[in-house]
Design a protein around this ligand. Sequence first.
Ligand SMILES: O=C(O)c1ccccc1N[C@@H]1O[C@H](COP(=O)(O)O)[C@@H](O)[C@H]1O
Length: 207
Amino acid sequence: MSRTRIKICGLTRPQDVRAAVMAGADAIGFVFYPPSPRNVGFDQAAALAAELPPFVSAVGLFVNPAPAFVQQALQQVPLQLLQFHGDESEVECAQYGRPWIKAARVRPGIDLVEFAFRHPGARGILLDAFVDGYGGGGKTFDWSLIPDGLSRPLVLSGGLDPDNVGEAVRRIRPFAVDVSSGVESAKGIKDAAKVAAFIAGVRDADG
Ligand SMILES: O=C(O)c1ccccc1N[C@@H]1O[C@H](COP(=O)(O)O)[C@@H](O)[C@H]1O
């Protein structure tokens, strides 16, 4: 069984970056979306990214961004991956020439096979619950809506936490999991014990 990759998203403080790294996170996420309570500025994200050791990736999360905004982020912050969490098209996501993943906001009726087909350049398809405000809502979705054989690495997110992530990994066997709300004490403030418990839950399920 391969090791499920783990991204901890919405980091705003250096101590939270260190806690995620110490607990074994593979990637951390910076939210570049001003309406989010987890939004960070480019200078702030660059300082946080400087805390990262080798082989831990920095992911930039965007929601329907203006191209100049993404270009500026790329100039100031060493991002290994872009995460598009809005209504961006394949062309809009691909224009930066960087690896990217695309979030689908899952609710009954969505055709995830067709969604993946519409984003052939995405390195992975991230599945999140359909919530107001595009994401980070701490809400799970009906995992039975996930089709077999999505033909792309699947990143499972949406309302994951230390209590349910083991079941999620055992049932879905995603390539990776992504969490924000479920490891927080307040929005944008990570709880080191919850981060450690979340990662332990994934590792336990990996077997
Ligand atoms: O974290 C945010 O504030 C956010 C804002 C806008 C779009 C996405 C956002 N976060 C992503 O949402 C999912 C689910 O988060 P949660 O664990 O349910 O809180 C996750 O992929 C975050 O990266």
